[in-house]
Write a protein that binds this ligand. Structure first.
Ligand code: 9MR
Length: 482
């Protein structure tokens, strides 16, 4: 998984010896058929990522893309971590600096680095009151709602198939004892903005886990109770949500809560995953080290706590550098907190995950695929018996808007192109279309295939989608070969 760098640290001399020893151990064990167990422990206990993987978890860090040219930084990154989060590069202000003009340069650099080094990516963050581009800050009402949904759709579509989990909505609840939503321009578009964002994200990238992410929700309190109630409501109404992220920024004023594990567990009991998404703990020495191990143990004790991400690598990389809250010092040396974190990850053995833990090398059973879903998903409607095609629409609607997913199913002759027609109710406007070319935005609209989804085998299916304001289409769309 991790590409061990020989840079510094004496690995240049020890690694070949270690490898040689392991090869001979493995060779000896082939005869008794347990090669896999031995091989999988080759890197166990030596790095955060490998140790977490032994327990069916990941260990990640926030990455600032401009530091990828710093060799000390990259050396630690590649050696220790198997998940990355863009610290700022996938936020709204970075990805859509002008309305409708998307800039993925830095986000793509991070994804490329991750893919080249066997790491997965957490996407952060699609909709948030903070770090909005100026143009969005100045919008309100349905204009802002549409712009936000378009942003979610575009960004999630761009990264489709490359993201393990998205922080779809970040920090939407107020601090203090009210349990209220945080006031923001997004909140003022209507209380359903969060579920609308989740629906748009699901439509755009059905393979990514969709998370709600927040801070000061790590223990049971008014804020976490409010998030809990929202998640419970979403689950009961089928709003797509797969995980809750607990940022876990701790300091003396906001220490690791005594009921941390119990709080994570109650969310898991609602039927979703939890993740520790932005961990940092201010302090030093053994106190800091003990706090880190408490956090790791809490996650490992919960089968559906799928991973831990620290919010930076060296103390000097932290947004709170003066609090020295991370696992490596400014020179990149391992701190006591690193050692305690690694030890906690390795507690209870390194080769056998606990029975309640997801398998060592595969994500939990409910994890969506990390590769893009096939474009030819099985048809839900019977294929027509001739050379034509049929189309059906599924809608995710909310007050004032919708996301429509249209499935085209080829008849017995297959398709080399298709045209779908449908009529929108009066007042409805299409704001965004993906995987098809539309003829217009209102009234009777036709959608033609784009270059990569025109060819559909006999009985196979493909999908496109669009999003709009007003009510979604009713009735069955027409479909003909083109
Ligand atoms: O670490 C990020 C820092 O570089 C930015 O200046 C800051 C601006 O809002 O955001 C920091 O990351 C935040 C994260 O996106 C959401 N949770 C709180 C994090 C720390 O502020």
């Amino acid at each position: 998984m991790n590409h061990v760098s020989a840079r510094g640290s004496g690995r240049r001399t020890t690694a070949p010896r270690l490898r040689a020893a392991l090869v001979s151990i493995a060779a000896g064990v082939v005869a008794v058929g347990t090669t896999v167990a031995i091989a999988s422990s080759a890197s166990a206990g030596t790095t955060l990522g490998a140790s977490a993987a032994e327990k069916g978890r990941y260990f990640g860090t926030a990455v600032a893309v401009n530091k990828l040219s710093d060799s000390v930084y990259v050396g630690i990154l590649n050696r220790e971590f198997n998940m990355v989060t863009a610290e700022n590069e996938m936020k709204w202000d970075a990805t859509e600096p002008n309305q409708g003009q998307f800039n993925y340069t830095n986000g793509d650099r991070l994804v490329s680095h991750a893919q080249a080094n066997g790491m997965r990516v957490r996407g952060h963050a699609l909709a948030w009151h903070s770090q909005q581009p100026g143009w969005a800050q100045n919008l309100s009402g349905s204009t802002l709602r549409s712009a936000m949904l378009n942003h979610v759709t575009q960004v999630a579509t761009h990264y489709k198939g490359k993201i393990y989990a998205w922080d779809v909505v970040n920090e939407a609840f107020a601090d203090g004892g009210t349990g209220a939503r945080r006031d923001s321009n997004l909140q003022r578009t209507g209380n359903d903005w969060i579920e609308a964002a989740f629906r748009a994200a699901r439509a755009a990238d059905p393979g990514a886990k969709l998370c709600y992410n927040d801070y000061n929700t790590d223990g049971q309190n008014a804020k976490s109770n409010a998030v809990y109630a929202m998640v419970q409501d979403f689950k009961s109404r089928g709003v797509p949500i797969d995980c809750v992220g607990f940022q876990s920024h701790f300091n003396s004023a906001s220490p690791v809560p005594s009921d941390y594990q119990a709080n994570l567990q109650r969310f898991v009991n609602l039927g979703l995953d939890v993740q520790i998404t932005e961990l940092d703990i201010e302090g030093s020495g053994s106190t800091q080290a003990d706090n880190y191990s408490r956090v790791v143990r809490a996650c490992l004790a919960i089968a559906r706590c799928t991973g831990i991400t620290v919010w930076g690598i060296r103390d000097s990389d932290s947004w709170r550098a003066s609090g020295t809250p991370l696992l490596f010092d400014n020179s990149g040396n391992k701190k006591a907190a690193y050692t305690s974190t690694l030890s906690a990850l390795n507690e209870g053995g390194t080769t056998t995950p606990p029975t309640t833990t997801p398998p060592t090398t595969t994500p939990p059973t409910t994890t969506p695929p990390t590769t893009p879903p096939p474009t030819t998903a099985p048809p839900t409607t019977p294929p027509p018996g001739n050379g034509g095609c049929t189309a059906s629409v599924s809608l995710n609607s909310w007050t004032g808007g919708f996301v429509a997913t249209v499935r085209i199913t080829a008849g017995s002759a297959g398709l080399s192109g298709w045209v779908v027609g449908l009529t929108l109710p009066s007042g409805t406007l299409i704001t965004n279309t993906w995987s098809a070319q539309s003829s217009g935005t209102s009234g009777s609209v036709t959608f033609r295939n784009v270059s990569y989804n025109g060819t559909v085998g006999a009985g196979g299916s493909t999908e496109f989608g669009f999003q709009g304001t007003g009510n979604g289409p009713t009735g069955t769309p027409t479909c003909s070969p083109a």
